[in-house]
Write a protein that binds this ligand. Structure first.
Ligand code: IPM
Ligand code: MG
Length: 352
């Protein structure tokens, strides 16, 4: 079992280190980790945020553990050289089209939520975000109009097969949970969304056991803070999923707690090849200070064990250890506590 480890920028290396320690503590047989450069650090070392060697290591692996990319000193670079292109490139090159972002309330954490505890307590949802299309990957550019105004543009589009394959992921996820799927779009304004909705309705015919509803994204943003407990699986496109998943994280308490899996179709010996990363970014303001909460990355490692390596029992062990640490009051700065990165990692290891 080969894991490619890509720590990346900012707090990426610190949080990834703790997740690797958690995996190592399980003493799995036949298992190796290979580190590779991504993001701003890769650009600075090789001139490209996603060097060919990194892509090769990724292709050769059963799973990727990813930290974060983003470096303000790279913001003035041409877009194709910016750190973010590393994660976008990996998702696209490896056809990782299905992004699973679970958000659930940990026992005892209700007070950390931005919502009232009685509202927050009920959160147990899964955002299924499409990751290979939408306005993220359409033609884009900037130009000067004839009258000399600067203009930027990005093309939003989805093809029906792209919607169909992610819809299947959403419906199957709902079958394994509470049987509810909410498809989020903006079909009252966007053609892209109308197609999305039409295709989701077609796919629904194959899943009579799943209750489907459609919601406009503005309303979904509102319902997510009004009554998040009503959501089970939220199926949505790349852009809306990006926004709603950050919002969901604050409903749970902190973006430092949300893990994610990005999956495609390639099968490994024991599961599905995927990339696993916390949904937070590189947090350059606190990088290198040992302050970042590694829990989201540790929980991403658990998802890696589950989805790519078929190690469900070990995944559950890690998740339980994180939940126990939280219940015991181990809290990073993001949750109003004082525990540092390594201290949190130690606390999780002690409970494994
Ligand atoms: C995320 C991030 C990325 C995205 C960035 C870093 C390109 O915000 O994974 O949510 O927009 O998808
Ligand atoms: Mg995001």
């Amino acid at each position: 079992m080969k894991i490619a480890v890509m720590p990346g920028d900012g707090i990426g290396p610190e949080v990834t280190r703790e997740a690797m320690r958690a995996i190592e503590a399980l003493t799995l047989p036949n298992f190796s980790m290979t580190e590779a450069l991504v993001g701003g650090v890769a650009y600075k070392a090789t001139g490209h945020p996603l060097p060919p060697e990194t892509l090769e290591i990724a292709r050769d692996a059963d799973a990727i553990l990813f930290g974060a990319v983003g470096d303000p000193t790279c913001d003035a670079l041409e877009r194709h050289l910016r750190p973010e292109q590393a994660i976008l490139g990996l998702r696209k090159e490896l056809t990782l089209f299905a992004n699973l972002r679970p958000a659930r309330m940990f026992a005892g954490m209700e007070d950390a939520s931005a919502l009232r505890p009685e509202v927050a307590r009920a959160i147990d949802l899964l955002i299924v975000r499409e990751l290979n299309g939408d306005v993220y990957f359409g033609a884009k550019g900037h130009r000067k109009t004839e009258d000399g105004r600067r203009e930027g543009w990005d093309m939003m589009s989805y093809a029906e097969d792209e919607v169909r394959r992610i819809a299947h992921v959403g419906f199957r996820a709902a079958q394994g949970r509470r049987g509810k799927l909410c498809s989020v779009d903006k079909a009252n304004v966007l053609e892209t969304s109308q197609l999305w909705r039409d295709v989701v309705i077609e796919v629904a015919a194959e899943y009579s056991d799943v209750a489907l509803e459609h919601m406009y994204v503005d309303n979904a943003a509102m319902q997510l803070v009004r009554n998040p407990g009503a959501f089970d699986v939220v199926l949505t496109g790349n852009l809306f999923g990006d926004i709603l998943s950050d919002q969901a994280s604050m409903c749970v308490g902190s973006i430092g707690l949300l893990a994610s899996a990005s999956l495609g179709e390639r099968q490994t010996a024991h599961g599905t090849f995927g990339l696993f990363e916390p949904i937070h970014g590189s947090a350059p303001d606190i990088a290198g200070q040992g302050k970042a909460n590694p829990m989201a990355t540790i929980l991403s490692a658990a998802m890696l064990l589950r989805h790519s390596l078929g190690l469900e029992a070990q995944a559950v062990r890690i998740e339980a250890a994180v939940a126990k640490a939280l219940a015991d009051g181990v809290r990073g700065g993001d949750l109003g506590g004082t525990a540092g990165t390594q201290e949190i990692g130690d606390a999780v290891l002690a409970r494994l």
